[in-house]
Design a protein around this ligand. Structure first.
Ligand code: NAD
Length: 499
């Protein structure tokens, strides 16, 4: 741990808060209170108590932010060259790097996640700004083969004002992955972080200003989904919305966008399968799958929430996973545990309802028994890592996104059955396949209906790998060069060469 990280952690445990935390909207380069005077608390899930409060806005702030973003398109930002936008984004990456310790501590505190995971998230966001800094001056159009007497080109223009609605599980990295390509393309933005985790988006706004991004280009507004998210996405000057969150809210956002014929990218829920075939390296698969369901206490859209395992290796694989689950040390995120709390009391209760439902239907629980507390403080919103064994395909434990440290095991007779089970939910975000046969792996990858398939390493990839769902997991892709297209409108220019 760096000295600064140590000092911040000590300050937090000594005072119950951190000095200098932001608490206002960032609109047109200015930190503003809400017209209504409303505020909302932010909670430390590791202790289950509030550590800060921020303003809560509504229609007035949403409109002011969109207006600032609309005007900024016509200001100096609209005249920046792609190369200078790239330089600015590189500067942003560098400033995030310099502020990494504080960003990671605040992210860990606000989400509840272990500090080492928060540090990984901030490192991922740095990589994201660096990647799109490099992309800014490579957003090329096409020349069109119209024949000898014509010239035809396409130009990628910025789509305009964009809205970025962010959930609470990966607040900083989720925002980075949509904001960086939007800025690379020359758009302006209004960001709406989740009400549970508003802080690092505000810290990013400060960094963007320090980097020299002009006022109004990026605005951050705070409040609830109904209070400020809904008026933001309904504003007719918003031309594109990138929404990451639940299926139900995504549907509402899409409905709202439709009224203005604005484009959307929806990154929604999942119930992703990890398939383990009999010839797989079981130790390796178990490490991966335990990581991908217990990291961030299972609050990951692309978590490996289902293990689909070939019957021949079922007992051994489940035993490996149970032993990994039972070895995880729980604790406050700032103490770098293996497993942190879940984000809110309400969410803890929701997970409990799912698990109790499974128990009452007579499902076998291989390990885990419900909600618990941090053994050091006797407080916090923790849920024991839980594994349901041999769950029927139609059971809600298989079908519904729990968004907690709960794994559902399904038994497959062979590869075809494994694919059938993998596909049999309303979701299609990602899938993992573990086998030594690459032929079999590629056949299964072809037949699995998901936005991304990992072979022999769950989460293999990086910022260059497009990410997004099929079915109710969403539409559109983020990451990679594909993401830049979300923020461009194509203009076609055709000309006849006059004699
Ligand atoms: P949520 O839908 O409740 O909230 C997400 C965001 O939308 C928050 O900022 C919220 O304030 C805002 N919001 C709520 N109502 C709104 C409205 N009517 N109009 C505009 N904005 C509104 O989701 P959540 O519970 O915060 O997040 C968990 C969900 O997000 C899970 O389903 C998870 O799978 C999903 N998720 C998906 C991805 C992905 O990349 N596919 C990543 C992270 C989380």
């Amino acid at each position: 741990m760096s000295d600064l990280t140590n000092r911040l952690v000590d300050e937090y445990f000594a005072t119950g808060t951190l000095s200098g935390l932001p608490d206002r909207h960032f609109i047109d380069g200015v930190w503003l209170a809400s017209a209504s005077g409303d505020r909302m608390e932010t909670f430390d899930p590791g202790l289950g108590r509030a550590f800060h409060s921020v303003v809560a806005g509504g229609q007035a702030e949403a409109d002011a932010a969109v207006d600032a973003a609309r005007r900024a398109l016509k200001g100096p930002w609209g005249k920046t060259t792609p190369t200078s936008r790239g330089v600015l984004l590189m500067r942003v990456a560098d400033l995030i790097r310099r502020n990494m310790d504080r960003l990671a501590v605040v992210e860990s505190l606000d989400v509840g996640k272990p500090l080492q995971e928060a540090e990984g998230d901030i490192a991922g966001a740095i990589r994201c700004f660096d990647y799109y800094a490099g992309a800014a001056d490579k957003i090329e159009g096409k020349s069109l083969p119209l024949g000898p007497d014509y010239v035809g080109i396409t130009v990628n223009e910025p789509v305009g004002v964009t809205a970025h609605v962010v959930p609470w599980n990966y607040p900083f990295s989720t925002l980075a992955r949509s904001l960086a390509p939007a800025l690379a393309a020359g758009c302006t933005a209004v960001v709406k972080p989740a009400e549970q985790t508003p802080l690092t988006a505000l810290m990013l706004a400060d960094i963007l200003q320090q980097a020299g991004i002009p006022d109004g280009v990026v605005n951050v507004v705070l409040g609830t989904g109904a209070g400020i998210g809904a008026p933001l996405v309904a504003n007719p000057d918003v031309r594109h919305i990138t929404f990451t969150g639940s299926v139900d809210t995504g549907i509402e956002v899409m409905r709202s966008a439709a009224r203005n014929v604005a484009s959307v990218v929806l990154e929604l829920g999942g119930k992703s399968p990890a398939i383990v075939m009999a010839d797989a390296n079981l130790e390796r698969a178990a490490d991966d799958i335990a990581g991908a369901i217990f990291e961030n206490a299972g609050q990951i859209c692309s978590a490996s929430a289902r293990l689909v395992v070939e019957r021949k290796v079922h007992d051994e694989t489940v035993a490996l996973l149970v032993s990994r689950a039972e070895r995880l040390g729980m604790g406050h995120g700032l103490r770098r545990p293996n497993l942190g709390p879940v984000n809110s009391r309400q969410h803890l209760d929701r997970i409990g309802v799912h698990v109790e439902g499974g128990r009452s239907r007579g499902l076998t629980i291989a390990t885990g028994s419900g909600a618990t507390v941090d053994p050091v403080s006797n407080a916090g919103w923790f849920f024991q890592p839980t594994i349901f064994d041999d769950v029927p395909a139609a059971d809600p434990i298989v079908q519904q996104e729990i968004f907690g440290p709960v794994l559902a095991v399904q038994v497959a007779e062979d590869a075809a059955h494994a694919v059938e089970l993998a596909n049999a939910t309303q979701f299609g975000l990602v899938a993992g396949i573990y086998t030594k046969s690459l032929t079999l792996a590629h056949r299964m990858a072809r037949d699995i209906d998901a936005g991304q398939v990992f072979i022999n390493e769950y989460f293999a990839g990086g910022i260059m790998a497009p990410f997004g769902g099929v079915k109710k997991s969403g539409i559109g892709r983020e990451k990679g060069l594909d993401a830049v297209r979300n923020y461009c409108k194509v203009k076609t220019i055709t000309a006849r060469i006059e004699d």
